[in-house]
Design a protein around this ligand. Structure first.
Ligand code: XUL
Length: 513
């Protein structure tokens, strides 16, 4: 039983949670918002906006400044970081950081007087990191698939067809666009393994949960797939960290954090994973049987799997489950992005999203909920209102957007063969009753909210306790993952026939895209 720290480096923020696994309590929570708290990076939503090439990148030094700011804040508010006995974390999936041969050396002699960013920036061979929102690697995807004999072969091996935001195609594009910088790269890290490296003061391995989101790992062997690696870029094998089980203790915390923020030098550092595998643990859903919908910048739907089922349409993915075998996931880029865009366009409030469900659904209207380019299905910013008449009220438009989002989710999760008894929701927008009601109605299943809001961070803390101190998974789940008893939202079953029809109409619209 111990005090552990979980970290979550997501698209828009870095969050921390401190758990006391003996008392079953949360001792501390803190968040650094990249846009507000680190305005010098000019990344209001955590990524560099309006790139002329259409690429979506973020500055990895911003993630490091966020680490420094986070610990400085926690320390200045009086929490004794010395009490923490193990740390793990989760990173937004697929993002990659490109480093030269000096990285390991610089990590081993980090100087507490300077910021991490100042000391590590010269190790970057690529000044910015492509993140999961990037969709510019279509050519690289096609080339990788061609070399492997087609998309289904890439999917059979790696759990996904070649996906534009996945790290392998991103690496190939970098190699093709900047061959010299690629050659100067000695290590390519994921966001998760990069930050784990910094926390530990030595270059980390990549966990299989997050490693599966690269189009480079072979799901059945759990190692790098030599053919995929070769098809991606020359000499790539030497640039990839080794893969390891998520529950690996990689060392002690780096002296930098001991000397600067007062951590104990005995504090253990556990391998980080991706945000979605971490959320699976933090939702208490690492055992098969629960379906989770996470409502964040992107929305995701995921569930634990015992077999690596794959999506024949190529939208869904199979990742590693840090506490089990596999997990299925399907990601929708227009999550909060689209909800926020419509709220702003209509000068509406979140309370209007609550009010929107108080009226009956419009049986004949269906909205494609894509304001930005979407990845499931692939479409380039179809525009929110394309399929609905302009005479709709604010509340009707909001309701149609939400219905469109969750009809899209229902349509694209059929391959997982799930029959949810309950859907667990998490992420910022899950606090909104209206949004949860639409999920319940569209799926025809009750929805429950986890009583703790940040399941990614929580999962990181729980993983730290399990990996470092062999704490029981069941006990950790029963302590930290209870659902909010008042949060069960029943579906209005009388609407099921309407939504079954809307699903058909929605599927037709999607086919016509
Ligand atoms: C999953 C995905 C997103 C990111 C966002 O495949 O791309 O959910 O992990 O953080």
């Amino acid at each position: 039983m111990a005090i552990v720290l979980g970290l979550d480096s997501s698209t828009q923020s870095l969050s921390a949670i401190v758990l006391d696994t003996e008392a079953g309590s949360i001792l501390w929570e803190e968040t650094v918002r990249f846009g507000e708290d680190l305005p010098a990076y000019n990344a209001p939503h955590g990524f560099i906006p309006d790139s002329p090439s259409g690429q979506v990148h973020a500055d990895p030094m911003m993630w490091l400044d966020a680490l420094d700011l986070l610990f400085a804040r926690i320390k200045s508010q009086g929490f004794d970081l010395q009490s923490i006995r193990a740390i793990s974390g989760a990173g937004q999936q697929h993002g990659s950081v490109y480093l030269d041969a000096s990285f390991s050396d610089r990590l081993s002699r980090l100087e507490p007087k300077e910021l991490l960013s100042k000391q590590l920036t010269s190790s970057l061979t690529r000044p910015t990191s492509p993140i999961w929102m990037d969709g510019t690697t279509t050519t690289a995807c096609r080339q990788i698939e061609e070399k492997l004999g087609g998309p289904l072969e890439v999917c059979r091996r790696s759990g996904s067809v070649a996906i534009r935001r996945f790290t392998g195609p991103q690496i190939r594009q970098f190699y093709q666009q900047s061959p010299e910088q690629y050659q100067a790269t000695a290590r390519i890290h994921l966001v998760s393994s990069f930050l784990a490296s910094v926390m530990t003061g030595s270059s980390s391995r990549i966990d299989r949960g997050d490693g599966a989101g690269m189009n480079l790992m072979n799901l059945s062997t759990g190692g790098w797939d030599a053919d995929l690696v070769e098809a991606t870029a020359p000499d790539l094998a030497s640039k990839l960290p080794a893969l390891a089980d998520s529950a690996t203790v990689i060392g002690n915390i780096a002296p930098y954090f001991v000397n600067k923020y007062g951590f104990s030098e005995k504090c253990l550092s556990v391998l980080w994973t991706g945000d979605n595998p971490s959320s699976l643990v933090g939702m208490g859903a690492a055992q098969p049987g629960k379906v989770v919908i996470s409502l964040g910048t992107s929305d995701t739907l995921f569930a634990a799997l015992t077999e690596p089922l794959t999506d024949p349409n190529g939208f869904g993915h199979v990742f590693g489950n840090p506490w089990g075998e596999y997990m299925s996931l399907v990601c929708f880029r227009n999550g909060s992005l689209a909800r926020e865009a419509l709220r702003d366009e209509l000068s509406a409030e979140w309370s209007d999203f609550e009010a929107a469900v108080s009226r009956p659904p419009l049986a004949k209207e269906v909205m494609l909920p894509f304001v930005e380019p979407e990845i499931t299905p692939r479409t380039d910013g179809a525009g929110l209102m394309r399929n609905s008449s302009s005479e709709l009220s604010t509340l009707e438009r909001i309701r149609l957007l939400l219905e469109g989002q969750f009809l899209n989710m229902r349509l694209h999760s059929v391959w997982m063969q799930l029959q949810p008894d309950v859907i667990y929701v998490t992420g910022g927008a899950s606090a909104n009753q209206g949004i949860c009601q639409v999920i319940a109605d569209v799926f025809g299943a009750p929805v429950k909210r986890l009583s703790v809001s940040g399941s990614v961070c929580l999962g990181a803390g729980m993983r730290a306790a399990e990996a470092a101190f062999d704490e029981s998974k069941q006990r950790l789940e029963s302590l930290f993952c209870p659902t909010d008893p008042d949060s069960k939202i029943e579906p209005n079953r009388s609407l099921s026939p309407i939504y079954d029809n809307k699903l058909q109409e929605f599927a037709q619209l999607v086919r016509a895209l």
